[in-house]
Design a protein around this ligand. Structure first.
Ligand code: C2O
Length: 540
């Protein structure tokens, strides 16, 4: 195995998109950020130096961080943020993982421009469980704001209203030809007839789940969140923010009668139209030799609210190798996840529903970030006044989650966590509610993968639904969509001591508090204990 050293200089850089030039936070002046390509077993050392005015941290999304918990990165969770002029070294080893992951800033909305692929190749001499592709291509889906995204979120939190939507979606940082003044900023995938390409698709968008399709081409899904799956073919994918999907693209045996095929992505949302950006982003698939006189072919994407397509698609994922799903469950949790509101503070005018402020919650608790890092408080056993361990295991008041709203959808604020003994096997049912412009929520768990053992529409039925759980070959992921007015059941083993955030990967919901943390206690063996913090860990 090899050690890879990187320096991430966080600095402002002028970037032009949609005919406007603006100064954005970048890593080393690059947008999107640099690719990290390593092999399973390798060590990654990234020195982050912060030259911008905002506090920043970095997260290595999907990396388990076994024995390197202090490198996970969510601000005020595993570390205090890196302040202007300061630096911090992220140092971790990739243990037992290979596939497509990514890295992103984990402070406020800075990840809108601070992100990049983190690709883990199999160990030397180990091949993929599918034919070796001719080429591998990262496809990162993102969002572009003409405004300053930090101002957008600040204003939303101030007024209590929903934030302004982005001005474009992007493919590898480029909005492409469907937007005004953008045709020259188009990502082009050039292929040779008869060859197979591995596309590593990453949804780095802030606030939208995205459909993805390539005109006239069927895609074979082979991996999800850096876990191999039983291959299946599909013409459309759904990729939620935080998720990664590897697909094989087989180019036609001879050059087809088209100049190019559009590679397109458009949002999926169950919320009311008008509350999201309904535009479509495109890139181009061009065969070599290229003939510009032939027509351009466009794919058909599902409608923005096509939940049936989403549910059929997500039900197709199965682990390739028989996984080790926890059979016995030590602790069961039922989390109602969704939006809510909070009363408008005195002397304020709030622009949320009925003059309230938008909030989001798990079992009615809207998470409040502390002013010091949870992991530090836990390690030094000074948790008083920082966090509590009384997040309810189920909602305080049960209600019909998919029916008429209860009168009061106000949330309670707090920094509440759940404490788990080392190696607890957990079953967690997450029920999406139909409150306030309900949407499906891509829930992401730090420090662990989990098995998706069941999903369904309507209210979860604890009597009958578990009978149908898939304990044989469920997909393993780190991010899963909780359907609006539906539920999803996951299992995982808490075998990673530390403090692990679990949150909705729509940044607006994260800002509104749709998050919680698991505090996993040490085990008995030295290897099962949280190591001491690195000496350069930032101070708050
Ligand atoms: Cu990809 Cu907590 O995030």
């Amino acid at each position: 195995s090899v050690t890879h050293h990187y320096t991430f200089d966080i600095r402002l850089q002028n970037v032009t998109r949609l005919c406007r030039t603006k100064s954005i936070p970048t890593v080393n002046g690059q947008f999107p950020g640099p690719k990290i390509i390593v092999r399973e077993g390798d060590r990654i050392i990234v020195k982050v130096v912060n030259h911008i005015k905002d506090n920043v941290t970095f997260h290595w999304h999907g990396i388990r961080q076994l024995r390197s918990q202090w490198a996970d990165g969510p601000s005020y969770v595993t570390q205090c943020p890196i302040q202007t002029g300061r630096s911090y070294v992220y140092n971790f080893t990739i243990v037992g993982q290979r596939g497509t992951l990514w890295w992103h800033a984990h402070a406020s909305w800075l990840r809108v421009t601070l992100y990049g692929p983190l690709i883990i190749l199999p160990k030397l001499g180990v091949s993929y469980p599918f034919p070796q592709p001719y080429k591998e291509v990262p496809i990162m889906l993102g969002e572009w704001f003409n405004a300053d995204p930090e101002a957008v979120v600040a204003q939303a939190l101030q007024t209590g209203a929903g934030p302004n939507v982005s001005d474009a979606y992007t493919v590898n940082g480029l909005p492409g030809p469907t937007y005004n003044c953008s045709a020259k900023d188009t990502f082009k995938l050039r292929v040779k007839p008869g060859r197979t390409y591995l596309l590593r698709i990453i949804n780095a968008a802030l606030n939208d789940e995205l459909f993805f399709s390539i005109a006239n081409h069927t895609l074979t899904v082979v991996e999800a969140d850096a876990n191999y799956v039983k291959p299946f073919s599909t013409s459309t994918l759904l990729v939620s923010p935080g998720q990664t999907t590897n697909v094989l693209l087989s180019a036609a045996p001879s050059v087809p009668a088209a100049s190019a095929f559009l590679i397109s992505a458009s949002p999926y949302t169950t919320a009311r139209p008008g509350t999201f950006d309904n535009t479509t982003v495109s890139a181009l698939l061009e065969y070599q030799p290229y003939n510009k006189n032939l027509p351009l072919v466009k794919p058909t994407l599902p409608l923005f609210n096509d939940t049936q397509t989403v549910s059929n698609f997500t039900a197709k994922f199965r682990s390739l190798n028989p996984p080790v799903v926890p059979r016995e469950v030590d602790r069961r949790f039922f989390f109602a996840v969704g939006l809510g509101t909070s009363p408008c503070p005195r002397n304020h005018t709030c622009q949320g529903p009925n003059g309230t402020k938008f909030a989001a919650s798990i079992n009615n608790i809207s998470f409040v970030l502390p002013t010091t890092a949870l992991l530090q408080a836990h390690y030094s056993m000074k948790t008083m006044g920082v966090f509590t361990t009384d997040l309810p295991y189920e909602p305080w008041h049960e209600f019909n989650y998919t029916g008429t709203l209860p009168n009061n959808t106000f949330v309670t604020f707090g920094t509440k966590t759940v404490m788990l003994p080392y190696n607890t096997s957990v079953e967690l049912v997450m029920q999406g509610t139909s409150i306030q412009g309900a949407e499906s929520h891509p829930l992401h768990l730090h420090g662990h993968n989990f098995y998706v053992v069941g999903q369904g529409f309507g209210n979860y039925d604890p009597e009958n639904d578990p009978i149908r759980f898939n304990l044989v070959d469920p997909v393993q992921r780190n991010t899963v969509g909780v359907p609006s007015a539906g539920w999803v059941a996951i299992r995982f083993r808490a075998d990673n001591p530390g403090v692990w955030l679990m949150h909705c990967h729509l940044d607006v919901h994260l800002s509104w508090g749709l998050t919680m943390a698991w505090v996993v206690n040490d085990g008995r063996l030295p290897s099962q204990k949280l190591p001491p913090p690195p000496s350069d860990l930032p101070k708050c």
